[in-house]
Structure formats: structure tokens, C-alpha cells
Design a protein around this ligand. Structure first.
Ligand code: SAH
Length: 201
């Protein structure tokens, strides 16, 4: 269970805080990290990838403004922790992971934990998941150098996308994109962040 750190840093949405409490982060990291599973920091999950820092998960979820029943695409399943938080909020979640091992592990983990309403995909999230589009919300948990066009194309009208953008060598920023219609978006630069790269296949 998380202590009040996440709250102290300024997450106000009660539903998000409840979802963060409902998903046991210890079950998403290997046993050797049990002691630090609830610390507010990113942790290794193998394959040179990390489970994001809890504050960032909560913050990204809060600014995504999920409504029950929203169709949500997550790019970068990783451990599946963020996936579970989105699902707890009543979203219909599709998630895509490029790494085969992490894809298999997160599918098994979330199935074992009883999540039976999540669609898992193995592949390159730069291309999105066309079959289920358009999405009310898109959340990207790895950083591309530029916002992938296909993802913008798969965002529904009035949809929101939260995405870190920037090269590994420069400061990345978290952006919130709102799609007003097919050729009009608004782009808010929210926060400097550090994410692993969104791999191009
Ligand atoms: N949401 C995850 C964070 C994982 S880190 C969690 O809560 O654990 C980002 C993940 O994005 C990694 O697992 C990485 O393998 C994956 N990734 C990187 N490039 C990708 C791509 N092009 N398509 C899909 N997943 C990608």
C-alpha cells in the first residue's frame, strides 16, 4: 500500500487515488523488490524496462480524465500496473507492448489477478491498434521523439492523449493533447519527465 507521498505531491482525484490503492504494486515487481514496491520510484521489470514511478502513474491517469466506459489505448504495457489502474477506473482498456516477454508476463499476471476485460496486443504501438479505434483516451508510457501520427488518427473527436515526447538526449515533456476535430488539436506542455524510448520497429 502506498503511504501519503502520492497524495502529498498533489493528486486530488479521489477515484484515481482509490484505484492506486486497489492495485497492489508488489504483485507487479519481482520478489527482490518487495521491500521497495511501494516507494515512489521507478523499478526494473527486466528487459531493460521499468515500472513507472507511482506519482507519475497517478498524475498521468488524473490528467487523462477517464470517464467510466471510455475506450482507452495504453501504449507500453510493461508490468501491466498502469493497465490495471485504468481498468479499475471503469475504462475498457486495450494495451500494446512491443517486448514479447513483457507482453506474455503482463497478460498472465493480469489474467491471474482476475482482470478479464482487457485486450492485450503484442506489437509496435507507434502504429496504434487500428481494430479498436477510435479511442476516447490514449496513454503512452514510453517517449517518442515526436507524437506518432497514427495515434493522433486513432484518437476520437473530443478525445484526450497523454504522452511524453522528446529524444533521450534532451529534456522530455509530458503533453496533454485534445482532439477538437480531425484537423484541430490543442497541445498542453505539462511537466518535464524521464521515460524509456518508444521503440520504432
Ligand atoms: N506502463 C508500464 C510502464 C512500462 S515502461 C508499467 O506500468 O509498468 C514502457 C514500456 O513500453 C516498456 O515495457 C517497453 O517495452 C514498451 N515499449 C517501448 N516501445 C514500444 C512500442 N513501440 N510499442 C509498444 N510498447 C513499447
Amino acid at each position: 500500500m502506498f503511504d501519503s507521498d502520492v497524495i502529498k505531491k498533489g493528486i486530488n482525484d479521489q477515484a484515481v487515488l482509490q484505484a492506486m490503492r486497489d492495485v497492489d504494486r508488489r504483485k507487479f515487481v519481482s520478489d527482490k523488490f518487495s521491500d521497495v514496491a511501494y516507494d515512489d520510484r521507478a523499478l526494473p521489470i527486466g528487459e531493460e524496462q521499468t515500472i513507472s514511478q507511482p506519482f507519475i502513474v497517478a498524475f498521468m491517469t488524473e490528467i487523462l480524465q477517464i470517464e467510466k466506459g471510455n475506450k482507452v489505448l495504453e501504449v507500453g504495457t510493461g508490468s501491466g500496473f498502469q493497465t490495471a489502474v485504468l481498468s479499475k477506473l471503469g475504462a475498457k482498456v486495450s494495451t500494446i507492448e512491443i517486448n514479447k516477454k513483457l507482453f506474455k508476463e503482463s497478460l498472465k499476471r493480469l489474467t491471474d489477478l482476475g482482470y478479464d476485460d482487457i485486450s492485450f496486443y503484442h506489437g509496435d504501438g507507434n502504429k496504434g491498434v487500428p481494430g479498436q479505434s477510435p479511442y476516447d483516451r490514449i496513454l503512452v508510457t514510453a517517449a517518442p521523439a515526436e507524437i506518432p501520427r497514427n495515434l493522433l488518427g486513432q484518437l476520437a473527436k473530443n478525445g484526450i492523449m497523454v504522452i511524453p515526447v522528446g529524444n533521450q538526449s534532451e529534456v522530455q515533456y509530458l503533453y496533454r493533447i485534445k482532439k477538437l476535430n480531425d484537423d484541430e488539436i490543442t497541445k498542453d506542455k505539462i511537466l518535464p519527465v524521464y521515460f524509456v524510448p518508444l521503440i520504432k520497429s
